[in-house]
Structures are given as structure tokens and as C-alpha cells.
Design a protein around this ligand. Sequence first.
Ligand SMILES: CC(C)(COP(=O)(O)OP(=O)(O)OC[C@H]1O[C@@H](n2cnc3c(N)ncnc32)[C@H](O)[C@@H]1O)[C@@H](O)C(=O)NCCC(=O)NCCS
Ligand SMILES: Nc1ncnc2c1ncn2[C@@H]1O[C@H](COP(=O)(O)OP(=O)(O)OP(=O)(O)O)[C@@H](O)[C@H]1O
Length: 200
Amino acid sequence: MLRVGITGGIGSGKSVVARIFETLGIPVYYSDAEAKRLMNTDATLRTNIIAAFGPEAYNEAGLNRSWLAAQAFQQPEKTQLLNSIVHPAVIAHGKQWLEQQQTAYAIKEAALFFESGSATDIDFMIGVYAPQALRIQRVMQRDGLGRQEVLTRMSRQIEETVKMKLCDAVIQNNEQEMLIPQVLQLHQQLLAMAEKNSTN
Ligand SMILES: CC(C)(COP(=O)(O)OP(=O)(O)OC[C@H]1O[C@@H](n2cnc3c(N)ncnc32)[C@H](O)[C@@H]1O)[C@@H](O)C(=O)NCCC(=O)NCCS
Ligand SMILES: Nc1ncnc2c1ncn2[C@@H]1O[C@H](COP(=O)(O)OP(=O)(O)OP(=O)(O)O)[C@@H](O)[C@H]1O
């Protein structure tokens, strides 16, 4: 089975693109959502997060996302600390998920493939690109974050043009070029690649 990645910086539109692939019958692993689910359900992760950041990391509702975000993005070292606790668990879980899929290809969506070293688990990487100003505007609107908070998260990610150069294909999500034809073209290409791999 062909393992496909979708990556791009915060607000580039990875999830929107991944949902179009899902409508074509392709299963998608959403790393952000899985990370938060595991942080709530995995007892070892919870213990390690509390040991590193303090008991306020959780409240009655579970993971205290806004509090933990304020702590983790305060300094690059704190972001690294959270990453060193959470990423190994999500990478192992995502790898296992990919191995279980039965379709011609399956997709893992993640912002931090190259940053975390997990791009090596992927056969074909799709980058989703959008101009920085548009990404900032989208995330401020989607998550109710301030401009500076978005910029801080961006500063913990590889610069977008560098990230796109590391990808095998790039989808333009600038709200001018249409997304669906770009996805359909890649879908055909990936089915052909998967077919070729299975006959080799
Ligand atoms: C700090 C947390 C609780 C904040 O949760 P929140 O709901 O506000 O954000 P969410 O997880 O949906 O992330 C939104 C976007 O922020 C960016 N982002 C999140 N974590 C990071 C990080 N460690 N480094 C850089 N960017 C990040 C990504 O672009 C991500 O898509 C959460 O982001 C987290 O646990 N992050 C660490 C784990 C992680 O790296 N997750 C992302 C990929 S697995
Ligand atoms: N082509 C588009 N037209 C209109 N809105 C869009 C488009 N692409 C993305 N958006 C909106 O921008 C926001 C960010 O998109 P999305 O959640 O897919 O980004 P992401 O790359 O998954 O971000 P993150 O890394 O933060 O998870 C969402 O609210 C989404 O609905």
C-alpha cells in the first residue's frame, strides 16, 4: 500500500485538501486530532505532560489546550519539550494506522512531518501551499487566535517555501486556483503509482 503524506504550515489548508481525498474513498489520518485524542486517553502521555508542564495541563474537561498552548509556545525550548513527549506516540500510532489500511493508497495529514523526522514513513509527500498573509487570516478566524500567536506557531515550523521544496507535489490553495481539479489529478497519479507498485 502506498503511504501518502499531506503537509504544509499552519492554515495552509491541509485538512480541507484531505477532506476532498476522503470524498474519493481514501482514508485519512489527521495527526492534530489524533495527537489531542492520545493526550487525553494515553495514561503515560498524560503523566509525562503533567510532569513537564504541571497539573494545569488538564482540567475537568480533559486537556487544557489553551493553557498548554500558552506554555508550550512561550519559548522554543518549551515547544521542543512538548514535541519530545507527544511526537513519538503520534508517530508510532500513525505508522501502525497506515499499515492497517487496505485501499490502494492512504493519507496521513500532518503539519510537522519534516520537523519531526517522520517523513521517512511516507512514499509520496503532497505539500499544500498558501501565501502567509492568507494563512494568518484563516487561523485567526478559525481558532480565534491573535496575529502574534499565529506568528509564534509559524516560527516553530520550517519556512513554507523550504517545506514545499521537500515535497513530491504541491497543491496551490490560494483561493484563486481551484482545489478539486488539482486533487483529482493527483488521485489519478497516485492510483497509477499504487498499481505499478503492486505489479512490481
Ligand atoms: C499545544 C496544543 C495543545 C494546542 O492545541 P490547539 O487545539 O490550539 O492547536 P492544534 O493542535 O489544533 O494545532 C493547530 C496547528 O498549530 C500548529 N502546531 C501545533 N503544535 C505545534 C508544534 N508543536 N509546533 C509547531 N506548530 C504546531 C500546527 O500547524 C497545527 O496544525 C496542541 O497543538 C499540541 O498538543 N501540540 C503538540 C503536539 C503537536 O505537535 N501537534 C501537531 C502535530 S502532531
Ligand atoms: N480554499 C479555501 N477557501 C476558503 N477557505 C479555506 C480554503 N482553504 C482553507 N480554508 C479555511 O482556512 C482554515 C485553515 O484550513 P485548514 O484547517 O484546512 O488548515 P490546516 O493546514 O489543516 O491548518 P492547521 O495546520 O492549523 O491544522 C479553515 O478554517 C478552512 O476552512
